[in-house]
Design a protein around this ligand. Structure first.
Ligand code: CA
Length: 326
């Protein structure tokens, strides 16, 4: 079966002309995160034969590749770095046109430059959307200076992947640090829980600020089975209804019409079952989260006995093909 994954990453340490810290961010052994990365740290930066070998081993036909680190760039370098990263990615994936696609890195530290860079990436480099490491200068994409990004994504009909990023330090201090060792905090604030909650809040912020009413065709992707949101759909409608908030629709409408969720290396069959029931099978896109997640167990999703063959094909590649027009 053809398999398209769209939460697959690279670290831009090999991109020429970037002054980044040497080496890759540390990933702690024992957290079961960083499978390929921990085995061979060079996998994180490589876009070539090693990646293709992993894809073949994991049964992946097409990777949509992105870097989640661009939101850490300051305004002095963001545009230059993102252009270099996007050009580098485009050049690398051009060697494997049937196996690799790209999501643009956007210089959100320079909001006014983002829409043009997204358009350049889609129209000139052939990218199929953008991935943003959640917080933009500490805030959310609903703020007016970022609206051109939402408008451009809608105009180009490409999705925005709201990927986890480091929560602001104030949130880390308040929520993820009390009474804990630095080691535990390093996971708890990030992949342990903190950076899953934050993109979910970001999506709710887009709903409540009317971003989807201004941009009704905007499509957002959240990883990790929707970053906890599907669990609360009825609660959102009860407590944040359209009547109460002034939005055009109840929250459940936006969760079912403006959101795609990925499996992101969480091979829990019940997560799949729940999301199929609450969001619909046409809103689920398979992803591994290379090179961070361990692909072992992915058949629990792709071959779930609840799914018909047609539904398996939708989750494995059909929904991604429709969303990304590939
Ligand atoms: Ca990821």
């Amino acid at each position: 079966m053809k398999v398209i994954t769209l939460e697959e990453h690279f670290a831009p340490v090999a991109v020429p002309g970037l002054n980044l810290p040497k080496g890759l961010p540390p990933l702690e052994k024992g957290t079961n995160v960083g499978a390929a990365w921990l085995d061979d740290p060079s996998t994180g930066a490589e876009i070539g034969p090693k990646r293709i070998a992993h894809m073949d081993e994991d049964g992946v036909t097409v990777q949509v590749i992105s870097t989640p680190f661009a939101q850490g760039f300051g305004p002095d370098v963001a545009l230059d770095y993102c252009r270099k990263i996007n050009d580098f990615l485009a050049e690398k994936i051009a060697a494997y046109p049937d196996r690799m696609k790209g999501f643009a890195a956007l210089p959100t530290a320079v909001p006014e430059a983002c829409a043009d860079e997204l358009e350049r990436c889609v129209k000139e480099l052939g990218f199929v959307g953008t991935l943003i490491g959640n917080r933009v200068n500490g805030g959310f994409l609903s703020e007016p200076q970022y609206d051109p990004i939402l408008a451009k994504a809608e105009e180009l009909d490409v999705p925005i992947f709201l990927h986890p990023g480091e929560p602001p330090q104030a949130i880390v201090d308040l929520c993820y640090s009390k009474g804990l060792s630095d080691t535990v905090v390093s996971s708890f604030k990030r992949f342990g829980y903190g950076w899953h909650v934050d993109p979910g809040i970001h999506f709710l912020n887009l709903i409540l600020t009317g971003a989807f009413d201004r941009h009704p065709n905007l499509q957002i992707i959240l990883g990790h089975w929707g970053e906890l949101l599907p669990y609360y759909i009825d609660r959102f409608d009860d407590t944040l209804s359209a009547e109460f908030t002034g939005t055009r629709h109840n929250p459940s409408y936006y969760l079912k019409n403006n959101l795609y969720v990925t499996s992101s290396g969480i091979w829990t069959p019940e997560c799949l079952e729940f999301c199929v029931k609450r969001l619909g099978v046409d809103r689920i896109v398979f992803s591994i989260d290379y090179p961070f997640a361990n692909p072992r167990g992915k058949e629990k999703i792709l071959e779930h006995p609840m799914l018909s063959m047609e539904e398996r094909e939708m989750i494995a590649h059909g929904n991604a093909e429709r969303l990304l027009k590939i």
